[in-house]
Ligand binder design. Structure first.
Ligand SMILES: Cc1cc2nc3c(=O)[nH]c(=O)nc-3n(C[C@H](O)[C@H](O)[C@H](O)COP(=O)(O)OP(=O)(O)OC[C@H]3O[C@@H](n4cnc5c(N)ncnc54)[C@H](O)[C@@H]3O)c2cc1C
Length: 407
């Protein structure tokens, strides 16, 4: 049986480790922080996991939060203007938002309780080479902050060299829940604001992500020092939400509104990047990149964790079939994973570019036709189908015909 090193204990690394564990493949996870440090730390992101990911969690026997109260059932998309866009599309399967500081330590405990091995270690490129000498294959699932230098940016697959949105995201008290539970997605000329219920270790709160267009009025929040001036930060955020997401503002109670805990804010921009998928190490072994360490998308389409999980399952299947885990295996695996990732990257990049008219056409039609609203929103769970539906004006026309013909 092969023996695999997994560097990074995020969604991608843990889903791979748990999946390989089920198949009886030996793994060691090398993690930057212990589960206790992750639980006590700052948020890295606020991912909504769509139905297919929740389904994989059931397969892994780690679906700890699969109860109706934790289900996110749809997306309410609002773009005020002429014409006014406003629809609540239903997902085909429930999604869920769990604070990763609750989610990741729980999954780590599952992995360890079932006999998994974990070392708290942050190997750089040389360290990964050293680690590789003890295993048959290294999978680097070390996330967007990892700077191993092993996986250079692939310019052909990475059209952007700078962030296309400047993000401010955080967990907040004082936002009334919605019934049925859904993601509120507000589009404006200044960028997008989305919010949804996130379950933390202390109970449910609201996660809000402000995606400001560079140079626009929402960008300022990302440089507001929330730690030094929480009251000023919250006041500025409230004023911007009032102007750019009034429906969300209406659900906020001023006297209760605030950052859930000091530090529960993420700020900055991500440059969407696809990296080379694998590298040969001085040891002669190969290292494969997985998750954000390989493909980093802007979070606007909510796909990073979902894609990391999907690719983890695919890669586990390839590993289970056995080695040799050489350059030819890495090349094949990487191309196979790219077939899964490419539509996600294309869709995400389309969304953060200048708004295409045909996408606006879907929103307008969805406002008056529940079938289109449901089909569009369900495709968040099926990103390859989403890309098929939005990749060109002709594709959108055909997709709309199909959806409305289906009755
Ligand atoms: C504001 C925001 C909102 C988002 N919303 C969504 C959403 O709704 N849906 C969705 O699917 N995605 C969303 N994403 C993206 C999603 O969170 C990420 O794509 C996903 O969590 C990446 O998982 P990962 O396991 O690949 O990487 P990470 O979660 O970054 O995990 C990598 C781990 O490796 C560790 N590490 C780093 N270097 C080393 C090293 N050298 N050695 C050992 N360990 C190392 C890190 O500490 C980290 O714990 C969002 C992101 C942001 C920022």
């Amino acid at each position: 049986m092969p023996d695999i090193a997994i560097v990074g204990a995020g969604v991608s690394g843990l889903h791979l480790a748990l999946r390989l564990q089920q198949a009886g493949v030996s793994t060691t996870v090398y993690a930057e922080r212990s589960p206790e440090e992750v639980a006590a730390g700052r948020p890295l992101s606020l991912p909504v996991r769509f139905g297919n990911t929740v389904r994989r969690e059931r397969e892994l026997d780690v679906a700890h939060w699969d109860q109706p109260e934790n289900h996110t059932l749809g997306v309410h998309l609002v773009a005020a203007g002429e014409p006014d866009i406003r629809f609540l599309g239903r997902l085909d399967e429930p999604a869920s938002g769990i604070d990763l500081r609750l989610y990741l330590p729980t999954l780590t405990a599952d992995y360890l309780n079932r006999g998994g091995r974990m070392e708290v270690l942050t190997p750089d490129a040389e360290g990964i080479d050293r680690v590789s000498r003890r295993h048959d294959l290294v999978v680097a699932a070390s996330g967007r902050t990892a700077r191993t230098g092993l996986f250079p940016r692939d310019p052909e697959r990475s059209p952007y060299t700078e962030p296309q949105r400047i993000l401010t995201a955080g967990l907040f008290n004082g936002i009334a829940p919605v019934e049925p539970g859904h993601i509120h997605f507000q589009v404006s000329g200044a960028g997008e604001i989305f919010s949804t219920r996130i379950l933390t270790a202390d109970g449910p709160v609201h996660g809000m992500v402000v995606e400001g267009l560079p140079g626009g009025p929402l960008e300022q929040l990302a440089s507001h020092d929330h730690a030094a001036d929480p009251a000023g930060f919250e006041k500025t955020l409230l004023a911007l939400v009032a102007e750019y997401a009034p429906d969300l503002r209406a659900r906020i109670t001023d006297s209760e509104f605030g950052i859930r805990r000091p530090g529960d804010v993420i700020q900055g921009g991500l440059t969407p990047t696809v990296r080379r998928g694998w590298a040969t190490l001085p040891s002669g072994r190969v290292a494969l990149a997985l998750g954000d360490a390989w493909v980093l998308n802007d979070p606007l389409t909510g796909q990073g964790a979902n894609l990391g999980s999907r690719c983890a399952f695919e890669l586990a299947g390839l590993i289970e079939r056995g080695g040799p885990f050489d350059a030819s295996f890495a090349e094949r695996a990487s191309e196979r994973l790219w077939r899964i990732a490419e539509p996600v990257v294309s869709w995400s990049n389309l969304n953060i570019g200048p708004p295409p008219e045909h996408l606006g056409g879907i929103f307008v039609t969805a406002t008056g036709d529940q079938r289109v609203a449901d089909a569009f929103v369900s495709n968040f769970n099926h990103p390859a189908d989403m890309w098929e539906a939005v990749k060109s004006p002709e594709a959108t026309e055909a997709w709309l015909r199909d959806v409305t013909a289906a009755g």
